[in-house]
Design a binder for this molecule. Structure first.
Ligand code: EPZ
Length: 425
C-alpha cells in the first residue's frame, strides 16, 4: 500500500501552479451528456485525479467516447444509450448523483444506486430527488437502486431547504431541456456553480443568476458541443496556503482566483500570515508560530469552506492559543482528529464543535487518512511536526489532489511517496 513519508521542520519557499477544480470538472463532465449534436466537447484545465478517472469510466459505460491527453478531456456523447450507472463505480463516488439530472434530460430515464463517496456524514440526496420530482420525474426505489423516469420535464419554481451544491447542479442540468422556465430558490452560490452555468450557456443553454441564491433556467431544445476550461481548484489553493502557514515560509501560487478564497484569506490573516495578491497570483508569507483563531464556522459559500476545515485544524493544532471550530455543513467531518491526536494535538470534540488547544510542537507518527480532506490535514501536520510522519490511506488523497506531495516537494518540503514494500527510515 502506498504511503507518504514526510520529514517535518522544513519551511516552504517557491512557486506552484494550481490545477483545475475537481468540483467543477465533475459536473462539467455530466453537462456534456446533454449535447445531442454528436459533436466533440473539449474540457481543459482537467486535474489528473481519481474522481475524474471514475467519472470518465462512467461516461464510457453509458456509451460516450472519452479520451484524455494531459489536462484535456475530449468527449463525444452521440452514441449515448445506457441509462444505468454501474453500481461499483457509483458506490465509489457520490458526485455521480448529478448524472441523474443530465440523463433524465437527455434520455428520459436513469438508474443509480444509493450514492457512496467520502465518509463524512449521512449525505442524503432528498433535496436532489425533490427537485427532480418537482420537474416531473417519477422516482422508484427498489433493491438498492433509484429509478427516475419522465416523459418531458416541465419548468417550475423549486425552493431548496438547504443551499446544496449537488442538488443545485442536478436541477440546473435537468432543467436545461425542460419546457418553460425553472427558478431555483435558495440555490448554492459556489464558484463551481457559476462555472457550470458558463459552460452550459456556452453550449446553448439559457441560465442566469448562478453565484446568487436564485438561478433561472429557460428551457431550450438543443445544446451543442463546447470547449471549456474549468476554474482553478480553490480547495487545493487553500490547502497549499495552509501548508505555508503550518510549515512556515514564503510561497507564490499561480493560476488561482483569489476572489474565490476571501473567507480563507481573512481567517489565515487572523493567524498572523501575510497574504497578498500579486497580479493574479497569491503570495503567502508566514514566519512566526500561527496565532489561534477565536471561532471558525464552516458555511456554504461565501463562508469558510467545509473542505478546508480539516486542513485548517491541522495548522491550528500548533497555534499559540485555543481555537474553536464549528462544522456546520456536514454532520460528522472530524475523521482527522484521532490521527492528529496521535501526533500530539490537543483537541476535544463535542458534536459539531472541536476545541483545539495549540501545542508548541507536534511529533511525527504513522497516521491513516480516513477521507480526502483528512488526508490533506495529516500531510500538513507532518510538515510541521518534529521527526518523520507516515501517511497511509492515499487512495482518499488521490481522489482530489493531482500531486500534493509533488507540489510540496517543489516548495522544498521533504516528502516522498513510497510503495508498500519499501519501509520508511
Ligand atoms: C459538494 O458536495 C462537494 N462535492 C463537496 O466536496 C463539498 O464539501 C460540498 O459540496 C459542500 O461545499 C462536489 O462538488 C463533488 P451539499 P455535495 O449537497 O453536493 C446535506 C470534497 O472534499 N444534503 O452542498 O454533496 C448534506 O448531507 C467534497 O471535495 C442533504 O441533506 O454537498 C450536507 O450535510 C466533500 N440533502 C449538506 O447538505 C441533499 O439532498 C451539504 O451538502 C443534499 C445535501
Amino acid at each position: 500500500m502506498e504511503k507518504l513519508v514526510i520529514k517535518g521542520g522544513r519551511s516552504l519557499d517557491g512557486t506552484v501552479r494550481v490545477n483545475g477544480a475537481k468540483n467543477a470538472i465533475l459536473p462539467g463532465m455530466a453537462a456534456v451528456l446533454l449535447d445531442k449534436s454528436g459533436g466533440e466537447s473539449v474540457l481543459g484545465n482537467v486535474p489528473r485525479i481519481r474522481d475524474v478517472v471514475l467519472m470518465a469510466e462512467i461516461l464510457r459505460s453509458l456509451g460516450a467516447k472519452v479520451s484524455w491527453e494531459g489536462s484535456q478531456l475530449t468527449i463525444n456523447t452521440r452514441d449515448l444509450s445506457n441509462y444505468a450507472i454501474p453500481e461499483q463505480l457509483m458506490l465509489e463516488m457520490r458526485s455521480t448523483v448529478f448524472l441523474m439530472g443530465a440523463l433524465l434530460a437527455r434520455l428520459g430515464q436513469v438508474r443509480i444506486s444509493h450514492p457512496g463517496g467520502c465518509a463524512i456524514g449521512t449525505r442524503p440526496i432528498d433535496l436532489h430527488l425533490k427537485g427532480l420530482v418537482a420537474l416531473g420525474a417519477q422516482i422508484r426505489e427498489q433493491h438498492g437502486f433509484i429509478y427516475a423516469t419522465c416523459r418531458r420535464l416541465a419548468g417550475t419554481d423549486i425552493h431548496l431547504d438547504y443551499p446544496s451544491v449537488g442538488a443545485t447542479e442536478n436541477i440546473m442540468l435537468a432543467a436545461v431541456y425542460a419546457s418553460g422556465a425553472t427558478v431555483i430558490h435558495n440555490a448554492a452560490k459556489e464558484p463551481e456553480i457559476v462555472d457550470l452555468q458558463n459552460m452550459l450557456n456556452a453550449m446553448g443553454a439559457r441560465i442566469r443568476g448562478a453565484g446568487t441564491d436564485q438561478i433561472r433556467i429557460q428551457g431550450v431544445k438543443q445544446l451543442h458541443s463546447v470547449e471549456h476550461a474549468v476554474i482553478p481548484d480553490r480547495i487545493v489553493t487553500g490547502t497549499l496556503m495552509m501548508a505555508a502557514v503550518a510549515a512556515g515560509g514564503d510561497i507564490l501560487l499561480e493560476g488561482v482566483v483569489p476572489a474565490h478564497l476571501e473567507a480563507v484569506t481573512a481567517k489565515l490573516r487572523e493567524t498572523g500570515a501575510q497574504i497578498r495578491e500579486e497580479n493574479g497570483r497569491l503570495r503567502i508569507k508566514a514566519t512566526e508560530r500561527p496565532r489561534a483563531v477565536d471561532t471558525l464556522r464552516t458555511l456554504p459559500y461565501p463562508g469558510f469552506p467545509t473542505d478546508l476545515q480539516a486542513p485548517v485544524m491541522a495548522l491550528l493544532t500548533r497555534a499559540d492559543g485555543t481555537s474553536v471550530i464549528i462544522e456546520n455543513v456536514f454532520d460528522s467531518r472530524f475523521n482527522h482528529v484521532n490521527d492528529l491526536r496521535r501526533m500530539g494535538a490537543q483537541i476535544t470534540v463535542d458534536g459539531r464543535t472541536a476545541v483545539v488547544k495549540g501545542v508548541p510542537s507536534l511529533t511525527g507518527a504513522v497516521v491513516t487518512a480516513q477521507d480526502l480532506r483528512a488526508g490533506a490535514a495529516l500531510v500538513l501536520a507532518g510538515l510541521a511536526a518534529h521527526g518523520e510522519t507516515v501517511v497511509e490511506g492515499l487512495h482518499h488523497l488521490d481522489r482530489g489532489y493531482e500531486s500534493l506531495e509533488g507540489d510540496l516537494a517543489q516548495l522544498g518540503a521533504e516528502i516522498k511517496r513510497l510503495d508498500g514494500e519499501v519501509e520508511p527510515s
